[in-house]
Design a protein around this ligand. Structure first.
Ligand SMILES: Cc1ncc(C[n+]2csc(CCOP(=O)(O)OP(=O)(O)O)c2C)c(N)n1
Length: 553
């Protein structure tokens, strides 16, 4: 076997291997040569070469999102590292384990006029769960920091940064290891629940007739079926989910905005919960956040092993355990109380359903219509990746088959890496992956396609409405040159030549008939990855969506 000659590089490889961290995304450079040679020469590692570090980091994020294990990024010194930051921040807020390993010059060479050097140590400090600032000579302290970085990425599910200084010569190799690194174990303590305290909370629960459970971004299968059934069988409980919650039951409310947007002041008062329980990550619906901030519950409990955001300014308790562990201990302590809380909201749901169907049956070919058709066309058990902007918002309004797992980068809601993330996620998930994106997000991350690992059954549905359609929906919209240029960023670009350049199938749709044909051909062809570009009318899209909410009044 070939190993890098530099002992520090050997230690890094050894400790990753000992911790079974094997997915490595490498971007080209010279300073990282000891690591690149070491990782790429060892068949225990699965290495991917991606030139653009921003795209590489989102690709890594997609793999880690699916495997739920750390993915490693390796880059050279200088600005290369900074291009990881968007995905690093996304990993921080979405709790996805990423390990960045940046090659550096020794500290004595920083800020003395040496080329391709910046201040790399702690560069992600604001969003990093741990920063290992290694030193050039292999040592037990280096090993401790390396182990700690990996342990924290695993235990706390988030991004960590390892900065590794290497001095030239960088390319020399040896056939025997010269160091024997120490691997430090995780000091993670098991999650425990204080049952005495839990009983007090159960008393509050048992005395409340209006309890709302709101589930944010959540991994599929994270909540047991028993817990789901217990929620569903409790008439004092309303469960609200989003497409990214990946939790399903016919009695849950999965179209929050459709339900609450038309509410009057009296409706909101009647709906105000006494107890709000939240778990999962970010919540997409702005309207539910505005509602809960204005009509605050008396108690808000958040369940999460790490963090509890006081999103509604009324957080009263943070249970620092996995939701499943919490509910397994909590639900046996609860009793049924008489309530019409669920029944009232369910009646609204039924009314909305009827009007929703009538409205969708009469609207012209616009973004909304396209989302209705596209979401209904998705094959069972596929993985759905959605970009930020209006795509993720339309997806909240239309039911999606429960067999489909849904993901979106809601940690920072950036439009800068949705395609790369989806491509990475597809690599790590054997199911067919469909990625729905807007045009600005797609064009922004077009380097995502500069990637040799795109699976043949990867399908992009690009909804091209000529710019950032979201800005037409937001209140600041006015048909002015400033709006068109600086908000909407109106354009006439298409994906046709990108598809050609990167060797993807390319199909176009611009009405219902061509959309239906386009979807059929999209799913039928698996010889190469494919793009279906759907052109929608820039000026009509927003009025059709805004009118939707008025139809319920
Ligand atoms: C990195 C980043 N820059 C800017 C934004 C602000 N932003 C949000 S949506 C959007 C436009 C997206 O347009 P498009 O992808 O075409 O989707 P559409 O709104 O048409 O659905 C922009 C610029 C962001 N979220 N992330």
């Amino acid at each position: 076997m070939i190993y890098p000659k530099i002992p520090l590089a050997q230690s890094i490889l050894q400790i990753f291997l000992a911790k079974e961290i094997t997915n490595i995304i490498i971007s080209p450079g010279s300073r990282n040569a000891p690591l690149t040679i070491g990782f790429a020469s060892n068949p225990a590692f699965q290495c991917y070469s991606i030139a653009d570090e921003r795209a590489a980091a989102f690709f890594a994020l997609g793999i880690a999102q699916q495997t739920r294990k750390p993915t490693v990024l390796v880059c050279t010194s200088g600005s290369a590292l900074l291009n990881y930051y968007p995905a690093f921040a996304e990993a921080f807020y979405s709790r996805i384990p990423l390990i960045v390993v940046s090659a550096d010059r020794p500290q004595s060479k920083i800020d003395i006029g040496d080329g391709q050097t910046i201040r790399q140590e702690n560069v992600f400090a604001n969003h990093s769960l741990y920063n290992a600032n290694l030193v050039e000579t292999a040592s037990e302290e280096n090993d401790r920091q390396l182990s700690e970085a990996i342990n924290i990425a695993i235990d706390k599910k988030g991004p960590v940064h390892i900065n590794a200084p290497f001095e030239e010569p960088l390319y020399e190799t040896v056939s025997e290891l010269s160091v024997n690194s120490t691997v430090f174990a995780s000091a993670k303590v098991p999650q425990i629940i204080d049952t005495k305290e839990l009983k007090e909370y159960a008393t509050l629960w048992n005395n409340a007739t209006r309890k709302l459970i709101l589930i944010g971004v959540n991994d599929p299968n994270a909540i047991s079926q028993e817990t789901i059934e217990a929620f569903a069988n409790n008439e004092s409980v309303v469960v609200m989910t989003e497409t990214t919650s990946n939790v399903h039951h016919s009695s849950f409310i999965n179209n929050i905005d459709t339900i609450i947007t038309p509410f009057t002041k009296e409706d909101f008062e009647a709906f105000r919960p006494e107890i709000l329980i939240t778990f999962g990550g970010m919540v997409v619906s702005k309207r539910i956040k505005a509602f809960l901030r204005k009509y605050q519950p008396k108690h808000h409990w958040h369940i999460d092993t790490l963090r509890a955001y006081d999103t509604f300014d009324c957080l009263t308790k943070h249970f620092e355990v996995e939701p499943n562990i919490f509910f397994n201990a909590f639900l046996p302590l609860t009793m049924k109380v008489e309530s019409n809380y669920f029944a009232q909201l369910n009646a609204v749901k039924e009314l909305r359903k009827e009007k929703h169907e009538i409205y969708l049956s009469k609207i012209p070919f616009t973004d909304f219509k396209v989302f209705e058709k596209v979401l209904a066309s998705l094959p069972h058990n596929c993985q759905l990746q959605i970009s930020n902007s209006s795509a993720i918002r339309y997806a909240q309004l239309i039911p999606i088959d429960p067999s489909i797992e849904v993901y979106c980068n809601r940690g920072t809601s950036g439009i800068d890496g949705s395609t790369s993330t989806a491509i990475g996620a597809a690599v790590a998930n054997p199911n067919l992956t469909v990625f729905i994106t807007g045009d600005i997000g797609f064009l922004y991350d077009s380097n995502a396609l500069w990637n040799n690992y795109i699976r043949k059954n990867f399908k992009i549905i690009l909804i091209n409405n000529g710019g950032g359609g979201i800005f037409r929906i937001l209140p600041g919209h006015g048909e002015t040159p400033v709006f068109n240029t600086f908000f909407e960023t109106l354009h006439h670009l298409t994906a046709e030549h990108l598809a050609k350049m990167y060797g993807l199938n390319y199909v176009v749709a611009n009405d219902e008939m061509s959309l239906s044909n386009g979807l059929n051909s999209l799913y039928a062809k698996n010889d190469k990855p494919s793009i279906l570009e759907v052109f929608t009318p820039t000026l009509e899209n927003s009025s059709i969506l805004l009118q939707y909410f008025k139809e319920f009044v």
